[in-house]
Every structure is written in structure tokens, then in C-alpha cells.
Write a protein that binds this ligand. Structure first.
Ligand code: SF4
Length: 378
């Protein structure tokens, strides 16, 4: 892993096509401060910032003119300071036979990122749950170089800005009743830590979309210093779930698929997990992509069991979703079941999560790659 990967980047520069900061990237406290700096009296500044948040996130307005509750003067002053034009637009959308919907968003600078809407019920009529999870991106491309991941081949182009992260949820929530958010799309969220934390604060704000912290999960490939920073950075009310991409049961094996392990070996990663502040009854999720002949034996399961000893954890076993450029293959169903049973029988919550939307290239980076290839031949 390059030095650049190891460091937490707080890049939030304004793209050339945008001349000023964006309103969707502001937290309530940022807006209050801005209004105070404009000379608005404190009580009114607080009231207005809450109103603005409601207008954006409940009524989903995209122009200052629509914010009719706010004084014309304040609206004009805000328009001077903050852009409000949507920072991203849907370029393509596809629906899978299992109900998964995948969206490719185009950003101001022409780059694209993906979000996936994943219903809990395989698209079939099922009244037992109405869960609708959105999987969002945090970067254009990724620097982490995981060998099984298509996004890795793009390298890192840039961090997403706060409004581009929040915007994926805001845009899709206009059409869908999103209940859960996972930061597991393109990019390593903790490599864009500050913007991801700000986006979390906006998404959880009671004045806006008001997501429960229990319904939001930030995933990492294992950037140990950033896990510690996130632990210190997020206040109690914004303490969302943490997921770790484990994908290996010992260092050499994990290094073969995740170069980040060279800088931060499994033991250090798990130490950071043990230090991570968890509220009562909360657990860290360990994602384990199962690749045939690589990491899917009972011996691997036994090592995983030992590694997670003492960490409140649950394990998601994900049979690999192969793509043409990948040398890896999917584990046999029987091996996945044996692995799961081994952990369950020893008291570890383990479940199998099948890749969704396989017919529409829903694995990380696959829709973008297909779109890029199409653009190249057109
Ligand atoms: S799996 Fe995630 S962290 Fe690894 S290269 Fe792909 S996007 Fe980056």
C-alpha cells in the first residue's frame, strides 16, 4: 500500500466546474455558523439553519426560491455563498431480476460513481421486512488495490466531496424509502475519513433525513490509524456501525488479496477493533469474501474463530462474485455452508450474504467499468 493510502486524506477541494462550496455539504452547525457570520441574530440563525435542512432533506428542494419560509435576504446571502445545483445526476440505472437496482451517477467533473439499492426480499412479495439498503460510494476509484475487486483496477481518481456522498442518498430517496445505508460502494471510506464523517453527521441529523446510527454502516479494508481516528472523531450520537473486510484467516493469505495487510497486519487490525468503542449489544461486522481454494477451508474457519476471540462480532460470508478480469473463483456452496456451520456451532453469529444483482454487474465497480468500456467504443 502506498503512503498516500495509509494517510487519512481530508481532500475536499472544489472541482473546477464548481466555484463555491455546496449547500448539501453543510451540517446544521456549519449553516448556523455561516448565518451568524452574516450577521443574522443567533436565535434566527439556528431557526433558519434547521429550516434549510428540512427543506433540503424532507422536501428535497433544489433551489433557493423554493425555500419560501426563509427571508429573501437570507436566501440571497446563502445563494452567494453556497451552490445548490445537484452535484450529481443519474447517468444510468438498471434493475436486476432479484430487485436490486444499480445507479451510475455522473459528477460535475464528468467522473462517475455507483450506488446500489438492495431490497431485503429478493424483489418478491414479502411482508416480513421492508428493509431497503443503499450501498454508496466514497471515492472515485480506490487506492487499496484489493486483488478481487474491479474498482481497484481504476486506481484512485479522487475523494468524493461531502455533498456527493450525501447526494447519492438524497437523490435516490426521492424515489425510494431507504432504511439502511452501507458505505461499501466504490472506494475505501476511511481513506476519505473527514468527508465520510461529515456525511454521516448530515445523514443522521434529526433536522434532515434522521437515519438511525444503528442503520448506517461504514466499512473499511483495514486502515488501522483511520479506524482509531474514526473512533475518536464520531460523537456518541453519530457512532455508526463498523464493518471490516477480513477476507483472510492469516497474514500471508490476506496479503495475497489485500495489499493493505502489508502495512496493517491482522493482529494490529484486530487490536484497533478491540479498542473501538461499542455501545451495549452492538457488534463489529467482519465481511469475508469466500474464494474457492483460497480462504474457504475448515482450517480457515478455525483461524477466523480464534482471531475474533473477545471481539463482539458477526461474520458475513460472501461467496465471491467473479468477473472476467479476475483470477478468483466462487467457493462451492457446500464449503460456504461448512464454514458457516463451524462458526455458528462455536457461538459466532455467521450468515451467508449472496451478491445481489449479479445479472446487472452489481459487484463493486462493475457497472462503471461496463459504462467506461461502452464510452470507449462509442
Ligand atoms: S474492495 Fe473496497 S477497499 Fe478494496 S479495492 Fe475495492 S473498493 Fe477499494
Amino acid at each position: 500500500m502506498s503512503q498516500a493510502c495509509a494517510e487519512n486524506s481530508t481532500q475536499n477541494s472544489t472541482p473546477a466546474s464548481q466555484s463555491k462550496p455546496h449547500l448539501w455539504g453543510q451540517r446544521v452547525s456549519d449553516l448556523t455558523e455561516t448565518l451568524l457570520a452574516m450577521g443574522v441574530p443567533e436565535k434566527k440563525a439556528r431557526y433558519h439553519s434547521h429550516q434549510i435542512f428540512r427543506w433540503i432533506y424532507e422536501r428535497k428542494v433544489s433551489s433557493y426560491e423554493e425555500m419560501t419560509d426563509i427571508s429573501k435576504l437570507a436566501r440571497e446571502a446563502l445563494a452567494e455563498k453556497f451552490d445548490i445545483t445537484p452535484p450529481l445526476t443519474v447517468a444510468t440505472a438498471q434493475t436486476s431480476i432479484d430487485g436490486t437496482r444499480k445507479f451510475l451517477f455522473r459528477l460535475h467533473d464528468g467522473n462517475t460513481v455507483e450506488s446500489v439499492l438492495i431490497p431485503a426480499n429478493n424483489g418478491e412479495a414479502d411482508e416480513t421486512t421492508s428493509r431497503l439498503t443503499i450501498c454508496i460510494s466514497s471515492q472515485v476509484g480506490c487506492a487499496m488495490g484489493c486483488k478481487f475487486c474491479l474498482t481497484a483496477s481504476m486506481g484512485l481518481l479522487r475523494n468524493l466531496r461531502v455533498e456527493e456522498i450525501v447526494g447519492q442518498v438524497l437523490e435516490l430517496s426521492k424515489a425510494a424509502d431507504i432504511t439502511n445505508i452501507v458505505f461499501m460502494g466504490m472506494g475505501e471510506p476511511l481513506h476519505n475519513l473527514e468527508n465520510v464523517c461529515r456525511a454521516v453527521e448530515i445523514l443522521l441529523s434529526q433536522y434532515g433525513m434522521g437515519f438511525s446510527k444503528r442503520k448506517v454502516t461504514v466499512s473499511t479494508s483495514g486502515l488501522v490509524p483511520a479506524i482509531r481516528k474514526m473512533n475518536a472523531r464520531l460523537s456518541r450520537e453519530n457512532r455508526v456501525n463498523l464493518a471490516i473486510s477480513l477476507n483472510g484467516s492469516f497474514n500471508e493469505q490476506r496479503e495475497a488479496v489485500m495489499p493493505v495487510n502489508e502495512a496493517f497486519p491482522i493482529e494490529e487490525l484486530l487490536d484497533a477493533c478491540r479498542e473501538f468503542t461499542l455501545e451495549p449489544y452492538r457488534r463489529i461486522t467482519f465481511e469475508y469474501v469466500m474464494m474457492g481454494g483460497l480462504n474457504d477451508t475448515t482450517e480457515d474457519a478455525a483461524r477466523v474463530l480464534k482471531l475474533l476471540d473477545g471481539i463482539p462480532s458477526k461474520v458475513n460470508l460472501i461467496p465471491y462474485n467473479p468477473h472476467p478480469a479476475s483470477p478468483f473463483r466462487r467457493s462451492e456452496d457446500g464449503d460456504v455452508e461448512t464454514f458457516k456451520r463451524f462458526l455458528l456451532d462455536r457461538g459466532v453469529a455467521a450468515m451467508v450474504r449472496h451478491s445481489r444483482g449479479r445479472d446487472i454487474l452489481a459487484a463493486c465497480g462493475q457497472l462503471k467499468s461496463a459504462e467506461d468500456a461502452r464510452a470507449a467504443v462509442n
